[in-house]
Design a binder for this molecule. Sequence first.
Ligand SMILES: Nc1ncnc2c1ncn2[C@@H]1O[C@H](COP(=O)(O)OP(=O)(O)O)[C@@H](O)[C@H]1O
Ligand SMILES: [Mg+2]
Length: 293
Amino acid sequence: MARIVVLGNIARDEVIHLDHRLREGAHLQGTPPAARLGGGGANTAIALAHAGHEVSLVAAVGTDPLADELLAELSRYGVDIGPVTRISGPTTRSLVLLDPEGERTIVNLTRARESRSPRRLLDLGADCVYVRSNGQNLAGLLREKAALCPIVAQIRPLEEGHLPVQILIGSHGDLDTRFLADPLAESRKLAGDVLRWVVITHGGEGAEAFGIGGERLRATAPDVPVVDTTGAGDSFAAGLTHALALGLDMTQALPLAVRWGAAKVSRMGSFLDRDAVREVLRESTGRSSPNRP
Ligand SMILES: Nc1ncnc2c1ncn2[C@@H]1O[C@H](COP(=O)(O)OP(=O)(O)O)[C@@H](O)[C@H]1O
Ligand SMILES: [Mg+2]
């Protein structure tokens, strides 16, 4: 298995199940909030650890007791929390409003944010790095790291700084029309010459990938019952990172990632649990095999 470093956040999700779809001005009924571990970095790191990888999480938490609770849970899943730093103040918390169709709306409540670029990333040996981080200037750091291993990073607005990485991924719903009109050109502005692929997810429709050599790939999502779309993009990213870390090419990695995303939406939770990861791994065996061990 591979050594994977994840840069992203750790949060407590407080989930409210709504009786109807969210609508402006509506008066809805919800369940009392139920707490669970979440956050983009944690969701991806846990799924990758469940797949058997050696995963280190570079993140920031607060100095409250909640931080200890979340870190203990991450450790139990086998995620290396050594590179997690503590920032004076509260740990990140998000409200997750889950409608009867399984679609989620997220409201950020508090955020533990590292103001400086997490240079410790450079000290961590990795076969592949996954980045889901906003607000920090990561350009110099990622440029150095991308010279050593492939990096998969979530697309973010150019105003938040360059992302010199080989693979960018983003969700259709989060991208503006200008980006979607020419994903490669827009991604080049963000990543520069190191860019190889841009991957865009389309919810229940699956995902597509655009290669700098003009390749265009599509993978359709299996038809699954949707119960909770929280963490779909994070699980997709875990599947893609898993495949690329094992040396699969994009034609194999894309359909695999789509299955990891679909597996997540068909289950409750912010991340794929161990059984779910085992199941997607079993499903994938036979469909594709790694190019190198
Ligand atoms: N309704 C769905 N049915 C099957 N798979 C889904 C569904 N919604 C999401 N997925 C899977 O999760 C991936 C990411 O979902 P998407 O909604 O695009 O991202 P995000 O979680 O960022 O909103 C999709 O590419 C797909 O693999
Ligand atoms: Mg979605």
